[in-house]
Design a protein around this ligand. Structure first.
Ligand SMILES: [Zn+2]
Length: 331
């Protein structure tokens, strides 16, 4: 069945992927991609197979129709293919471009797709914080549907496959947020396909969950050491609310431990964030606690590679540890 969107009048070859045909320029693909030329075109031309469709020779590829359509569109449209979809690019599009880009030795396509993915699985703490508080201009947003379908597992595998190791720490962190049975058994998608981590990364995520829980327990320091801010509007009232917040925290503290150790203060306070002892604090005092909490997030970020059992040297990546103590808010 011809794909109407990719059936070019000047096409000289019909690429057949998963039962769909794409009429494209053979010379263009041959020039861009050595694997296309050698493994798809030359091998078939030597084999003596002479199937034609609408006057052009057919070439079979092992990829799915959707993946091939995505790759060919990216080849024909160039960088604007992703630019015009951003930030609501489907994860499957970036995945297809990274996998097939690698398969057909189209490094520019791999790099471009990885840049979008890196906007989400960022190696930069400030970008991470700005994304968390909604001040980051997104290039790519991972949909809830893609998250539930195990995009984090796939992102880890893509990072390994294409050696885009800067994606790994946060992709693994997101993978850790899945329930242990999902980490161990993988996630079955509606298509029936199962997406799962490699054995090594499974073990890594299961072990890292403990480290992340422990890191989140540092929330206790923030709550216990909370003091009225310098510019507090109502020191007497705020002191009372803070004492109540500490007491409520003591009741719940074990329940507040979370694998999502990099979440913002209100998220980590969970049910406490709905109580008057938090809501009635003056804005200055609340902001002061958020700021202190951000300090613990920075520490957790600095330890993330250790928690995940990764080595910056081995991965050849840079990771911000405790060195740069810059507060994004004060900038
Ligand atoms: Zn106050």
């Amino acid at each position: 069945m011809p794909d109407p969107g990719l059936w070019l009048p000047d096409g000289t070859a019909c690429i057949v992927a998963g039962g769909r045909g794409f009429r494209v320029r053979k010379d263009l693909l041959s020039q861009l991609s050595l694997p296309f030329r050698v493994y798809i075109f030359e091998r078939r031309d030597r084999s003596g197979i002479t199937v034609e469709f609408q006057g052009v020779p057919c070439y079979w590829v092992p990829d799915s129709a959707d993946d091939m359509a995505t790759l060919l569109r990216a080849i024909y449209d160039g960088r604007k293919y992703l630019m015009k979809q951003a930030p609501h690019i489907r994860f499957s599009v970036l995945s297809a471009l990274m996998r097939l880009g690698r398969e057909y030795a189209l490094q520019d396509i791999v790099d471009d797709a990885a840049d979008y993915l890196e906007d989400y699985f960022t190696p930069d703490f400030q970008t991470f914080l700005q994304r968390s508080n909604g001040t980051h201009t997104e290039k790519f947003r991972l949909s809830e549907r893609d998250k539930a379908a195990g995009a984090a597992f796939e992102a880890v595998n893509l990072a390994r496959l294409t050696r885009k190791h800067t994606l790994l720490p946060l992709a693994l962190y997101h993978a850790c947020q899945h329930a242990p049975h999902e980490i161990l058994l993988g996630i079955t998608r509606t298509s029936g396909a199962v997406v799962s981590l490699s054995r090594d990364d499974m073990v890594r995520c299961i072990s890292a969950r403990r480290g992340l829980l422990r890191a989140s327990s540092r929330l206790a320091h923030v709550v216990h050491r909370a003091e009225c801010a310098v510019g507090c509007a109502e020191p007497d009232m705020c002191a009372v609310y803070m004492a109540r917040l500490r007491a409520a925290f003591e009741e719940l503290r074990v329940d507040l431990w979370t694998v999502d150790a990099l979440a913002g203060l209100e998220t980590q306070l969970g049910a406490l964030a709905d109580l008057p002892c938090w809501l009635e604090l003056c804005e200055e005092c609340r902001e002061e606690m958020v700021r202190r909490h951000r300090g613990t997030l920075r520490e957790t970020w600095g330890k993330l590679l250790d928690i995940l059992g990764l080595s910056a040297e081995e991965l050849e990546i840079e990771w911000e540890t405790q060195g740069k103590a810059v507060d994004v808010v004060s900038q």
